[in-house]
Design a protein around this ligand. Structure first.
Ligand code: C5P
Length: 225
């Protein structure tokens, strides 16, 4: 129908930061608020999609009408995404930590007088966007990633789209002057195989609604034979 164009479609959204344990009390993370990803999940649900939102630790409220799966680490985020089953569209808005502790320990690392600080060895995290984008029979028909850059935004986003194998990249300018990080508004560019679309500065909710409408238009199009 017209106001629920995503009825019958399944969507997966990742949102928020990940938290990578060093020991039971310490972790590596970042400042992602989850605002943009949560707003996208809510917007897709309002258009009728069955949405699974896989979220790292955030303080924004759980959006209405979505199935929320709360995880901490990137490994858990990937497992939750793969467990979501067949999906039509994936939107990876999470700020996944690039690295995790190579050797997390189960007991708190003790500070001892005269003992030098421990060295933290890092290991790479799985790339969830690249994993979901891999060609194959279960690949979603549309995979959307984000690129946050302070310089060479478009060139980096075009490159990232190819490198990750996703269909669209939502490129956002996170220069400090824009106030994007943790802020209410976002200035984005939609990068696809067709080219680059510049969107005006909008509230994150409005970016989410526009993106959801674009996703509905795309999934509603007859498939090329
Ligand atoms: O490589 P970079 O972190 O700049 O890419 C950003 C995009 O990739 C975002 O869509 C983010 O959600 C996704 N990503 C991911 N898993 C990672 C790293 C990034 O899904 N390990």
């Amino acid at each position: 129908t017209q106001d629920r164009p995503l009825a019958g479609k399944r969507a997966l959204v990742t949102s928020g930061p990940t938290r990578e344990a060093i020991d039971p009390v310490r972790y590596i993370s970042n400042h992602s608020s989850g605002k943009q990803g949560h707003a996208i999940a809510a917007a897709l649900a309002r258009l009728g999609a069955e949405v699974t939102l896989v979220s790292g630790p955030v303080t924004v409220p759980d959006p209405a009408g979505v199935k929320i799966v709360k995880i901490e680490s990137a490994d858990e985020m990937l497992a939750a995404c793969l467990a979501a089953g067949a999906i039509d569209v994936a939107v990876c808005a999470a700020a996944v930590a690039d690295w995790k502790a190579a050797h997390p320990v189960t007991a708190k690392i003790k500070k001892q007088n005269g003992v030098p600080p421990p060295r933290l060895e890092l290991a790479p995290n799985p790339d969830i966007l690249a994993t979901l984008s891999k060609p194959g029979p279960t690949r979603p028909s549309l995979v959307v990633g984000f690129a946050a850059e302070t310089e060479n935004l478009i060139a980096n986003a075009v490159d990232k789209r190819k490198r990750k194998g996703c269909d669209w990249i939502v490129a956002n300018d996170v220069s400090p002057a824009t106030g994007t990080f943790g802020g209410e508004r976002n200035t984005v560019h939609l990068v696809s195989a067709e080219g680059v679309e510049d969107w005006p500065t909008l509230a994150k909710e409005e970016v989410a609604v526009r993106l959801a409408v674009r996703i509905a238009d795309h999934l509603g199009r007859p498939r090329p034979a």
